[in-house]
Design a protein around this ligand. Sequence first.
Ligand SMILES: *Cc1c(COP(=O)(O)O)cnc(C)c1O
Length: 786
Amino acid sequence: MKQIIERIKTHALLNFGKQIESCTEKEKYVALSKAIMEEVVLDWEDSKNKFEGKKKAYYLSAEFLMGRALSNNLINLNEKEKVEDILSEIGLSYNDIEEAEEDAGLGNGGLGRLAACFLDSAATLDYSLTGYGIRYEFGIFKQKFINGFQVEEADNWLEYGDPWSIRKNSEKIVVSFSDQDVVAVPYDTPIIGYGKNTINTLRLWKSEPINVFDFEKFNDQKYDLSVKEKNNAENISKVLYPNDSNEEGKILRLKQQYFFVSASLQDMIRKFKVNNTDFKKFPDFHAIQLNDTHPAVAIPEMMRLLTEFEGIRWEDAWEITVNTFAYTNHTLLAEALEQWPVKLYKKLLPDVYKIIVKINTQLKSDLKKKKIDKKDFGKFEIISDKNIKMAFLSIYGSFSTNGVAQLHTDLLIHSELKDWYDLYPERFNNKTNGITQRRWLLQSNPELSEYITELLGSDSWITSLEKLKELEKFSDDTKVLTKFMEIKQEKKDQLAKYIKEHEGIDVDPSSIFDIQIKRLHEYKRQILNALYILDLYFRLKEDKNLDIVPRTFIFGAKAAPGYFRAKGIIKFINDIKELINNDEEIDGKIKIVFVENYRVSYAEKLFPAADISQQISTAGKEASGTGNMKFMLNGAPTIGTFDGANVEIVEEAGEENNFIFGLRVEDIEEIEDSYNPNTEYNKIKGLKRALDTLVDGTFDDGETGMYKELYDSILKGASWHKSDVYYVMKDFDSYRDAQQKVNDEFKNKLGWAKKCWINMANAGKFSSDRTIEQYSKEIWKIEKNK
Ligand SMILES: *Cc1c(COP(=O)(O)O)cnc(C)c1O
């Protein structure tokens, strides 16, 4: 350990030419991280060797929302406390250094964070799982609020370099498009399993030119042209598309997908060929999971590489391909089901397009063999209406299609993808999402972690979360519950302090911390929460003696920059915040905080401090959710709809310990044709008053037209959709009742603590360790290796 001090000092001098003491926090962070990397590299190499000759799994994902690495790595190496001590000996503050790390925000939200949790779990469980993706130079934008409006700024996360990745120049790969060739350069990051038995790899590709510089053009004084190839190539991995809803028909986005997929497959094939000649064995050594359809082009690309470069017959290549790939579906939203215009594919990837045509022809002949009526072929065709349907391509070209929560999988097989399920029932399965307890409890809530370990007499929950179940025996133990609530209070105090520093708002740490943090989307219904708060405010104004427990409503959400309505909702909530927080009559009974730039590192401070978790999406729209699981693990009951994994959370922790409200999927199916939101708007007391603030002059949207548009989307609809498609008006009353119940039950301190406790004790199912075990055993068919 003495060594680590020497190493930190050396890296400070080597990288910044300064003594560690005079480095900035960011520089200290880099020096410390590089010192730790030195400790890791040899074990990392050993870990690669031990899986030699075994079947391995690969996770292809356009997004990896890793957040910060320093604390996570130190915890998994079991060196965090030692390093904290050593740093303080030489007068450095670990906390300040930790806070200097930029998040690796290479993802939008849940889908990208799931990929990160999966990597942590696989390494911890000693499975070989390699992540493949893109090394975006700019990750998800940084969010600022100006006059309540969201403003986006570039996320320059690499400004000080990334000490956790190693550039592997010797493993470059050429990727070709019709109009350009680029080189994909791999950057490898170690994924350290807890206990350090296995260190896996996240390999992210950067796009670079084949020729960096055109000397002739420079000499001709054509300076722009001399670096044109460089810029064109680098643009491919320049920026993460900040859109997790409707796919924009962006040429660059398509290039990104093909870029990382082709590089990854070529990489696997190249390594396979070192020891193998028989490609029929490829699926015996590789299971490739497609994280949604973003990497679906892997299916035709694999066919192209096998048939055109490896001399494999089409039929054999198809068998190899289908037996290699598995596909995860992440959404039921029709507008998010990815399609690409044929025109674009033909133009950019003509060879791949030809293969897709051939796959579609083969599909039709398979349909014929399966006695499907010719007039029904349209239900399956991969190419139709001049578009390529990526979900159909993924199902047809793989041996497994899974949904991400039981309800979601049921909806997939019984409605959205019913025709495909009838065709290939054996391909469909469920894998309910999970989260890693190493980050979402051990790291973010050390106080509660320590207490759990003390009560269990063991820290085995860190790798076997189902052990938490044993804690249920304490659910009537006043001493335990009291200590538990003291810890919750400590986390709330810490958050209150952080909010004061970063948002400039004073919050009452004894108030109910009611938290809704997730991407901003209409289906997630932040507006339902907002309307409830407004109604509560007006009721309080009418009746000063209204008996409510003081509450702090905390929001965190980024809206896709092009999602006008979502940005309107952010502005609306910020305006409500200004109105209420500045109303002295309210006397602090309601406070609103909308944290700026919600991201993984902020999330780690929010989940442990929550008293109640808001999961209020329209039933049938949230495929799973994982934020819901992070709250549960930290002992917050859910106020939510029967949607996604909420259903399973309640199944584990009991409906009586949560606050379930609103329409269910069956209810919506029943009323959808006749639903008119104006009925509720006019009938439900207080609802009109709250919604009308959008148009009655209470708030000002700066002549953007946002508020009127938002109002109309609910009561009138728009040219492209009916009114209130997310049933905000219909669910308002039952949501308000559920919130009233939260208020009433919170007053009973021990009763409330018990609910929180039972939620935490039953969170075991939602470890991503469980999810990864299921993927490994049921889909990938891979084995552990210590
Ligand atoms: C967990 C997480 C999400 C996903 O939240 P949901 O509520 O499941 O949508 C999104 N962003 C961040 C930063 C997260 O940590």
